[in-house]
Design a protein around this ligand. Structure first.
Ligand SMILES: *Cc1c(COP(=O)(O)O)cnc(C)c1O
Length: 393
């Protein structure tokens, strides 16, 4: 076999990302409204494991990019991103902020110490500043008293023409919880009442679960939904009108005849009830496929589901080929995404969330941009599809 990558690959569909961005825009602009919030496309953690450069190919229409650090921001600039960048967790000194390549730059202030890095910045290179309240999440962010004090001092800087802007940022702890979300919104609005400035609130879960309220902000920050993954428990991205942007594929490298009563995999996790043929797939927990999957787990083979049998090992997992008599070495197996199970299902089997799986793919898994001529990605149906092969680079 030539032309096949030797191991797992993540195929990234930039058109799906562009579709998901359009979908969020529609959700944020209900019929009859004229004003809609602008969208920070959150691309932290290498675009949620999809590869920043591939994600950018689908995000051209976003109003800005949200990343963690100034180094991330510079990487976006090197990749050609010209619109605003929001650094959500940056450490910086005055000297760092003088780099003209960063602009237009927005920075989040979530600790009082950061204020020192902003004081006395010479125009014209000045960041737009967002104050972040710690809220119910309590990971990063200013306490109420610190928030008011920071606002007073930064507002004076703004009035003196030493900041490009000053706004209010909130990140929810329970955006997917219909009772907690309004409580968190209310608490934030109470805190900032009387303080002028734009608002930057609402992540994917808040936008998709309560768009009418999400529309009232000035900027939203959406990550997970852009990649076609549902932020809401019990719903898939597809059910929300999103298209999954990643397919994790790996080649079937061998088959094995297993007799009734024999085991498959370490620790005797599986015992064959009848004679069967299994396929060995070049993907394991060294690629980031979770070893913790439990219950009836599946992968896509030739467009239909095959059961995963036995424990996932470091470099291999096994699938039951009883219903796939033509499958053999060189066939592509889809571990999640179009052609296989939804990533939300795999996350459920593994007792985790989809974002954890996507960012958990290891360095040896190349992220490959899916060619544009691709047929539209569809979920696996019962019907057979043409023999899918692992895409070659
Ligand atoms: C990750 C992150 C987001 C995006 O959240 P999603 O749930 O992926 O939409 C928004 N804001 C902040 C501060 C974040 O860290």
């Amino acid at each position: 076999m030539t032309g096949h990558p030797p191991g797992a690959v993540a195929l990234i569909d930039a058109q799906a990302i562009a579709h998901n961005l359009r979908r969020l825009r529609r959700v944020l602009r209900p019929a009859g409204t004229r004003r809609a919030p602008r969208i920070w496309a959150v691309a932290k953690a290498d675009a949620y494991g999809h590869g920043l450069e591939h994600a950018l190919a689908g995000l051209a229409d976003a109003d800005g990019l949200g990343v963690l650090t100034l180094d991330d921001a510079l990487r976006c600039r090197r990749l050609g991103w010209k619109r605003p960048i929001l650094a959500m967790g940056a450490d910086f000194t005055l000297a760092d902020l003088r780099d003209p390549a960063l602009y237009p730059l927005h920075v989040v202030i979530d600790r009082p110490e950061q204020l020192a890095g902003l004081a006395g910045l010479p125009p014209p290179r000045m960041p737009h500043v967002w104050l972040r309240h710690c809220g119910a999440l309590n990971h990063a962010g200013l306490q109420a008293g610190e928030y008011r004090a920071a606002f007073r001092s930064l507002h004076a800087e703004l009035e003196a023409g030493r900041l490009a802007g000053l706004g209010h940022l909130q990140h929810y702890a329970g955006a997917e919880d219909p009772e907690q979300l309004p409580r968190e919104r209310r608490a934030f609005h109470e805190l900032i009442s009387g303080m002028p400035g734009p608002l930057c609130t609402e992540n994917s879960a808040a936008v998709l679960s309560d768009p009418a309220s999400a529309c009232l902000t000035d900027w939203v920050r959406c990550g997970i939904a852009l990649y076609g993954i549902s932020p809401l428990r019990g719903l898939t991205g597809r059910a929300l009108g999103l298209r999954p942007a990643m397919a994790l594929q790996a080649p079937l490298y061998a088959t094995q005849a297993v007799r009734a009563g024999q085991g498959v995999g370490y620790h005797g996790g599986f015992r064959a009830e009848r004679d069967m043929r299994i396929g060995l797939v070049r993907c394991g927990y060294a690629d980031g496929y979770p070893r913790t999957v439990q219950g009836p787990c599946q992968a896509g083979v030739q467009g239909r589901m095959a059961a995963i049998v036995g424990r996932v090992s470091m470099d291999t997992l096994a699938v039951d080929l009883s219903a796939h008599p033509d499958a053999g070495p060189g066939d592509a197996v889809t571990l999640w995404g179009p052609g296989g199970p939804e990533v939300e299902s795999v996350a459920g089997w593994a007792g985790t969330i989809s974002a954890h799986l996507c960012v958990g793919l290891t360095a040896r898994v190349p992220r490959i941009l899916r060619p544009e001529a691709q047929e539209p990605s569809r979920p696996v149906a019962g019907a057979t599809r043409k023999k899918a092969r692992v895409a070659s680079k």
